[in-house]
Each structure stands twice: as C-alpha cells, then as structure tokens.
Write a protein that binds this ligand. Structure first.
Ligand SMILES: C[S@@+](CC[C@H](N)C(=O)[O-])C[C@H]1O[C@@H](n2cnc3c(N)ncnc32)[C@H](O)[C@@H]1O
Length: 356
C-alpha cells in the first residue's frame, strides 16, 4: 500500500471507530441510566448506610480514564496490533438493537425487584446442586436465571456493555497486545489458546478475528453460555467447545501456549481461585502465557476505590471485595505461573504471567 493510501485507509478507519464508539457509549449509557433509575439506591429504605472505607470518587479522573481507554484502543488499531472490531465493521441491524434494548429494559425491572429483596439464590435447586458447585448457583448481578439459561446467555453481552457504558469490548481488547506478544515470531496456526470461563464468547471472537488460524478452546461450566458462545463464534473454524469446571478441566497437561481468563476470577471464592490457578499452571506449556483480565483492585486507581467498594453492594458480587484485595502475583506465583506485566485499562486490569 502506498503511504497516501495508507493515510486514507487509516483516516476512514479512524472515522468509523470514533463514530461507532461514540454511538456505543450513547446507546449503553442511556440503558445504564434507565436501569439505575429502576434499581434505585444501594440501601433499601430503613437499612443503615454502609460504613465506607474509602474517600469520594474522583469523577474527573474517571472521565479521563474512560476517554484514555478509547484513545489506547484506537492507537492499537492504528498500529495494527489488532483489527478494527468486527462489530464496528459489520454493525448490528436496527432490528437486532431494538430486540436487545426491549429485552434488557423488560428484564431490568426484574433485576430491580430481585435486588430489593436480595434475591440472589433463585437458581439454587436440589437438582442443580448435584451437578454444580454452590458458589456457581447464584444470581450474580441479580441477573435473571444466573448462568443457567439460554435467555440469560442471550442478554449477557448487552448487560455487561451497559454496566460499563459501552467500554467492555475495549477493555477486553486490551488483552490482545499480550496475545500478539506471546505469539510473536511463531506460526499462530501451530499455537493453542484456551479461554477459561468464555461466557458468550465475545472475547474469543476478537481473538479469532485477529488470528483466525489459532487453535482455540472455549471452556465454560454453563451449557447455556457455552451454547451461546458456539452460536456467536459459528463463523470460525478450529474452535473446540468444552463444558467443564475450570477447577478440573480434564484437558491434558502442558497442552496450551496461551490461556486467557476474562472476568472469571472475581466470580470465584478465594479457595477456588487457588485451585483454578493450579489447573492453569498444569495446562500451560513451560514458557506459556496466562492473560488474566479482571476488575482493577484497591490501590490501582485510588480515586476509584469507592467504586470498587460499592459495586458488590449493588450487584450481588459475593467474592468481588476479596478479589479486589487479593495478591494476584502470589496467587499465580504459588501455582508456578510468574507475573511479568500488567496494564490498567479504565476499570479493568490485564495481568500477564509466564509458566515457569
Ligand atoms: C463474568 S462471566 C465472564 C464471561 C466472559 N469471559 C466475558 O469476558 O464476558 C463468568 C463466566 O465464567 C463461567 N464460570 C464461572 N465459574 C466457572 C467455573 N468454575 N468453571 C468454568 N466456568 C465458570 C460462568 O458460567 C460465566 O460464563
């Protein structure tokens, strides 16, 4: 490509990115505000206020970090580290957006009712208890049906993007530079990647869009979410779907070059985090890379600590506070996976580790 062509292509991409990202932020912020109005304040009438440990939210810093995420996202696209996201190249149809919006808003009133009565264990039934660990059988975020049904899996991406006012995709993408680094100088087609707790498959879609020949495994304990991932990822080949507990996957030792775990660890009790860290260590090849993306932790952005403190109070996240206090270097280091680098991406942190 000539330099002039490249400037034109980049300008067109930049316009597409800016317009698409601005539209996303408006769309999801509108839904966020509507949802917040239904859910109301953190405490119920008559309840004592929470005893806050941290100072006020630094709103100016929050806005700067939000904009900074999109600036970094664009710079990565411009530098060719990853592609302009697929959902910006092929935006969803108005009919699809309308369906998602209607479903989200109808469900938000159920989420609000559940929050008012602290209804976080509706999915706990004797039959499910025989099959799943207790910690898994909760209505995390007070979401309808927890991880248990196809309709919950259908709604999940809209809920996450709304929660983060259109920044979730960009935060997840900040794991892609670490994948590029892990695959540098190698044939991607000969490498194997495992996405643990893949959910509806959004992140793996970004991975396959950038490295289509990579052999990928999508693992989740929820058959409904794994089914949604299969549907979302249908256009790509070389993906194996595994319904299993990340604590004991049944996959062979030293079989992956890269393992990713996106927004999984804050959903797990501390003891289970240790078990899964050991399982990851067992599954990685020596020199292999773990890329863990999850919430920032206390002290990463001191002006946001109050946000981290309040999030689990409003969204039923029983293990979130302990995750925000966890020593990730020790958690994975004790399992034989050494911390190498980390990047803060707005409200998320990308932590990279190497199997010794
Ligand atoms: C918050 S979602 C994250 C999904 C996805 N990675 C993303 O970026 O949106 C957590 C996912 O982890 C799955 N999960 C939770 N505990 C698990 C476990 N012990 N083993 C496997 N999957 C688990 C849930 O079913 C859910 O799909």
């Amino acid at each position: 490509m000539t330099p002039l062509n490249s400037v034109i292509t980049n300008s067109a991409k930049r316009i597409t990115y800016s317009a698409a990202q601005a539209a996303r932020v408006l769309w999801y912020t509108g839904h966020y505000m509507a949802g917040r109005r239904m859910v109301g304040p953190l405490t119920e009438p008559g309840e004592a206020p929470y005893a806050d440990e941290f100072g006020p939210l630094d709103r100016a810093r929050l806005k700067t970090a939000f904009r900074g995420l999109f600036k970094t996202d664009w710079q990565n696209i411009e530098a060719g580290i990853y592609k302009l996201p697929l959902d910006m190249r092929q935006p969803p149809s108005p009919a699809k957006l309308w369906r998602q919006s209607r479903d989200y808003l109808r469900d938000a009133s159920k989420v609000a009712r559940r929050k008012h009565v602290r209804g976080h264990s509706e999915v706990l039934t004797p039959a499910r208890q025989e099959k799943y660990p207790r910690y898994f059988l909760q209505n995390f975020h007070y979401q309808t049906d927890g991880w248990m049904t196809a309709s919950s899996a259908d709604r999940y991406d809209m809920q996450v993007e709304t929660l983060f006012t259109g920044s979730a995709g960009a935060m997840r993408r900040q794991a892609l530079p670490a994948i590029r680094k892990a695959l540098a100088g190698r044939d991607a087609g000969a490498a194997r990647l495992l996405d643990l707790g893949c959910g509806a498959g959004r992140f793996l879609g970004e991975v396959k869009d950038n490295w289509s020949s990579l052999e990928a495994t999508a693992l989740d304990l929820s058959p409904a979410y794994l089914g949604k991932a299969r549907a979302n990822l249908g256009r790509w080949k070389d993906i194996t779907y595994v319904e299993a507990n990340a604590e004991a996957t049944g996959l062979p030792d030293a079989s992956f070059d890269v393992i990713t775990a996106i927004y999984l660890f804050h959903e797990l009790p501390p003891a289970v985090r240790k078990i899964i860290a050991k399982e990851i260590s067992r599954l990685l090849k020596p020199g292999g890379t773990l890329i863990q993306v999850d919430t920032i932790q206390y002290g990463d952005e001191p002006g946001f600590d109050t946000l981290l403190e309040n999030f689990p109070r409003g969204f039923h996240e029983p293990y979130y506070d302990s995750y925000c206090r966890a020593d990730l270097k020790a958690l994975f280091g004790d399992a034989g996976v050494q911390h190498t680098e980390e990047t803060i991406a707005f409200l998320s942190k990308v932590s990279v580790f190497e199997k010794l």
